[in-house]
Write a protein that binds this ligand. Structure first.
Ligand code: NAD
Ligand code: UGA
Length: 447
């Protein structure tokens, strides 16, 4: 099928950047990114410095494509109707209630998309799972589509996204691989070909892998689990290093030089954050349990448990340094984003570490170069379940690093470039949780 119009449902961290790159590389295709959130769409259409997603290089791509062949709107029905290809790029958070709560992926948003697609489709569609989904979700999507629309033929493909935040545009330009899963039928293979033809505009053919839908869906969960596993492995060893006097960064370097192991994702840190690693591993654990693979489930669950342990262990170090009492202590938290070069704070280690410090009596000055003040306030109110402390001035969100000057100790969480050479008074105490190799004194206290 010749693709002239694409619709992407979900204008978030995946939908916005991926579609802007497809629009840039495929000027012959019109792309409509739709979202139910009017404020977000307004921001995508608004000033280039205030896009809802901060990513290096994104604004340049948006400037070239927006209102040329890339459009953002809340007009879901019309854009579904006119597209030949529809990407589903909505959020798939961990379920908070019902069967599988705390573990399984919440597919409410994906199912709502499938119902909308069925309702507004008048011609054949290729429907693409871009969101990260449990294996065999395509079956459920197909069921919704077919039972709600008997006149149109739907082909479902899985095309998981592997971009990392902070390097999304670079990752999309030079993907390690693009994975496409589809049915082994004539129409399934034709649908795969249509998507391959889009990626072929800038990705080398050898890097475009095709497989069946289930393998593609599971590859995404497995890929995130393997990456996160490496971080938990090195973080677990960081605890042993501290007991034995070994240096975790040098250990990581020594291990990583073995080409069979490799050096990536072996930087010890205060714990991984981000909206996906924890959620995807819990989802994998749930799937293993569902299929009765309890030992396999426990193996992967341990990756998340070590991550929680690491965040708590780091906070406890600060508390121990002050002899178990943070009352009256003023602590600067440097970095709220879950990693550098993003404005995303979802599941950031900063949220957990700061909560522990605050609940042990500390007052906090929080500074991040890109995360908006209102996001930090929302995180605190929603996740710590406290309401009044902002008024009590026990938590201060500051707009400049200099405003943290009067603090007793500095807790550095995010590896922002501007924190690399910050000038902190020699007398102050620094707890450094960043995952940068140059930092020799990880978890060091004092200078
Ligand atoms: P996000 O929360 O940033 O964006 C999702 C958007 O979908 C939101 O703007 C929301 O308003 C919209 N939405 C939800 N339901 C809708 C509906 N029925 N109709 C219209 N709009 C709807 O999420 P994200 O970070 O972009 O992640 C999306 C998916 O991609 C998830 O499954 C995630 O696991 C996966 N993923 C994320 C990343 C990442 O770096 N964030 C990378 C790879 C894969
Ligand atoms: C991760 C994967 O890297 C992407 O391939 C995937 O597409 C994405 O999840 C997703 O599915 O959402 P992301 O979470 O954006 O990307 O960022 P990463 O670079 O993977 O970092 C995740 C966390 O691990 C950060 O908190 C980072 O600081 C931490 N980290 C990373 C370490 O602690 N040590 C390391 O060596 C590397």
């Amino acid at each position: 099928m010749k693709i002239k119009n694409i619709c992407c449902i979900g204008a978030g961290y995946v939908g916005g950047p991926t579609m802007s790159v497809i629009a840039l590389k495929c000027p012959h295709i019109n792309i409509n990114v739709v979202d139910a959130n009017q404020d977000k769409i307004n921001a995508w259409n608004g000033h280039i410095d205030n896009l809802p997603v901060f990513e290096p290089g994104l604004s340049e791509v948006i400037e070239k494509t927006r209102n040329r062949n890339l459009f953002f709107s809340t007009n879901i029905n019309e854009n579904i109707e006119k597209a030949e290809m529809i990407f589903i790029a909505v959020n798939t958070p961990t379920k908070t209630e019902g069967k599988g709560a705390g573990m399984a992926a919440d597919l409410t948003y994906v199912e709502a998309c499938a119902r909308d697609i069925a309702k507004y489709s008048k011609s054949d569609k290729i429907v693409i799972e871009k969101s990260t989904l449990p294996v065999r979700t395509a079956e459920k999507i197909k069921e919704i589509l077919i039972s709600n629309n008997k006149t149109v033929n739907f082909e479902i493909l899985s095309n998981p996204e592997f971009l990392a935040e902070g390097t999304a545009i670079e990752d999309l330009f030079k993907s390690d691989r693009v994975l496409i899963g589809g049915d082994d039928t004539e129409s399934g293979q034709k649908a795969i070909e249509s998507l391959v033809n889009i990626y072929k505009n800038w990705i080398e053919k050898e890097k475009i892998l095709t497989t069946d839908v289930w393998t593609s869906e599971l590859s995404k969960l497995a890929s995130n689990a393997m990456l996160a596993q490496r971080i938990s492995s090195i973080n677990s060893l960081s605890a042993l290093c501290e007991k034995t006097g070994a240096n975790v960064d040098e250990l990581s370097h020594a291990i990583g030089m073995d080409h069979r192991i490799g050096s990536k994702f072996l930087k010890a840190s205060v714990g991984f954050g981000g909206s996906c690693f924890q959620k995807d591993i819990l989802n994998l654990v749930y799937l293993c349990k569902f299929y009765g693979l309890n030992e396999v489930a426990e193996f992967w669950h341990q990756v998340v448990k070590i991550n929680n342990y690491q965040k708590e262990r780091f906070a406890q170090k600060v508390i121990d340094h002050f002899d178990g009492n943070l009352t009256g202590k003023k602590i600067a938290v440097l970095g709220w984003a879950f990693k550098a070069n993003t404005n995303d704070s979802r599941e950031s280690a900063a949220i957990k570490v700061s909560e522990i410090l605050y609940k042990n009596g500390a007052s906090l000055s929080i500074y991040d170069p890109k995360v908006q003040k209102r996001t930090i306030v929302n995180d605190i109110q929603n996740l710590w379940k406290i309401k009044n402390s902002m008024k009590e001035k026990k938590i201060n969100i500051v707009e400049k690093f200099a405003a943290t000057n009067d603090c007793d100790a500095f807790v550095i969480i995010t590896e922002w470039e501007e924190f690399k050479n910050i000038d902190i008074d020699d007398a102050k105490i620094i707890f450094d949780g960043r995952n940068i190799n140059e930092n020799k004194n990880k978890f060091s206290i004092g200078k």
